[in-house]
Design a protein around this ligand. Structure first.
Ligand code: NCD
Ligand code: ZN
Ligand code: ZN
Length: 409
């Protein structure tokens, strides 16, 4: 197959022929003379998104999401690769739980995926299987604090990678009953202290998940950790009228923190944009005190950012670097770039087609979005390894076509 259109290549938009064979980009050329039929693309062709932080709830809470609905929602948002977190029921910690999860989700995923493991006594086998780990420095939804120093050392010795949920429970206050109260309950200091405590752990590449505060970001940058930011911390703050629907760990912060995150994003300080897609059902979220923390976002992340690009609020290259290029490298894959030898994972968008986010049009089992009413640029076509998952806004992807990616170096 050969596509012809304006594509994001080497940091610029250029009119090119993109040859695709066996799911990979075979060539990127200015001129093409041959007898293969060329498919003209009227939209802008961008690398598809790679979301390093999702909770597809499979196995354990498939009433909230499963790998089919989660991966389909991702595809509709231009994301064709995800890395799924291990806070399942049962938690993913042993070869047995990992194998069972892999077997199950392989049959359901319509996009490629990596899987995190927690760090326990069996870490050696898990390094072989995935190379990708998650450590919680505090409790969060369906998980608790667990630091296994020997395990961390082993992971780093063998080239594995670890993502950290950074909140320090020693700095928590009394839980409040609204969003500012929730922010105060798990305050800025709890994030900063948790990040700083990573310095006491064995040496190795540390990625700080969902950084939510200016001070937390400064701490992580000065320590040389890689930094991940979510769309909800970029687009929302504690003043949003969301009640329990805005409850998330770490909390939505003040407007000042939100602005500081945007400024850092514009400066190029952020490595990864990841959704922390953490769906919970509407019924569970209506009562603030009982609401489980977590916000869905895999489908709206790239579209929200592309709208920001269309408004001139952020550069296209910063968005693509954080949503595709760097995450692709992090997973040790040939994904995230339109370049010879890379997987043909593409999203095709029309920047003039601005839509309003409407829960009716979203595909997560959550059934709601904290970004309802926000403007967004959703893709017209989406391709994964040369196969259209979305064509003219219609989903045509196959369940179970997604492949497991081992992030092992
Ligand atoms: C996540 C979840 O629901 O799984 N919740 C959240 O508030 N972010 C867990 C997590 O990432 O901490
Ligand atoms: Zn977390
Ligand atoms: Zn998470």
């Amino acid at each position: 197959m050969i596509l012809y259109g304006t594509a994001y290549i080497d940091g610029e938009l250029k009119k090119r022929y993109i040859g695709i064979e066996d799911g990979k980009i075979d060539f990127v050329k200015k001129h093409y003379k041959g007898d293969v039929e060329v498919k003209q693309i009227d939209e802008i062709i961008l690398p598809a998104g790679i979301d390093l932080h999702v909770h597809f709830r499979d196995p354990g809470s498939t009433d909230k999401e499963d790998f089919y609905t989660g991966s389909k929602a991702a595809a509709f948002g231009g994301v064709t690769t995800v890395a799924d977190m291990p806070n399942n029921h049962p938690p993913i910690l042993t070869p047995d739980t990992f194998d069972k999860k892999l077997q199950m989700v392989e049959e359901r995923s319509c996009i490629d995926f990596a899987l995190y493991s927690l760090i326990g006594d069996d870490v050696g086998s898990m390094i072989e299987k995935t190379g990708l780990f998650k450590v919680y420095l505090s409790s969060s939804t369906s998980t608790e604090k667990k630091i296994h120093e020997d395990g961390i050392r082993k992971v780093y010795k063998n080239g594995g990678k670890i993502a950290f949920h950074c909140e320090d429970e020693d700095y928590f206050n009394k839980p409040g009953t609204d969003l500012p109260g929730y922010n105060n309950y798990r305050p800025v200091e709890s994030e900063v202290q948790a990040i700083s405590s990573l310095n006491e752990l064995p040496e190795g590449p540390k990625r700080v998940c969902h950084i939510s505060t200016k001070k937390g970001l400064q701490e992580a940058l000065s320590d040389g950790f890689s930094v991940e930011v979510t769309p909800h911390h970029l687009f929302l703050n504690e003043e949003a009228f969301l009640g329990g629907f805005g409850k998330v760990n770490p909390p939505l912060r003040t407007q000042n923190d939100q602005i500081a995150l945007w400024e850092s994003y514009e400066r190029g300080d952020i490595d990864f944009l990841a959704s922390d897609h953490a769906p919970h059902l509407e019924d569970e979220k209506t009562d603030f005190i009982d609401a489980p923390p977590g916000i869905p976002g895999v489908e709206t992340m790239y579209p929200l950012l592309l709208h920001s690009v269309s408004m001139g609020n952020i550069s296209l290259s910063t968005v693509i670097e954080t949503i595709a290029e760097k995450p692709g490298r992090y997973l040790n894959t040939k994904k995230g770039k339109i370049e010879e030898g890379y997987d043909a994972d593409l999203t095709m968008v029309d920047f003039r087609k601005i839509e309003t986010i409407d829960r009716e049009n979203l595909h997560s089992k959550a059934g709601w979005s904290p970004f309802e009413g926000f403007n967004a640029v959703f893709p017209v076509h989406v391709m994964s390894r040369g196969e259209f998952l979305i064509k003219d806004n219609e989903f045509i992807g196959d369940k179970g076509r997604g492949k497991f990616i081992s992030a092992k170096a």
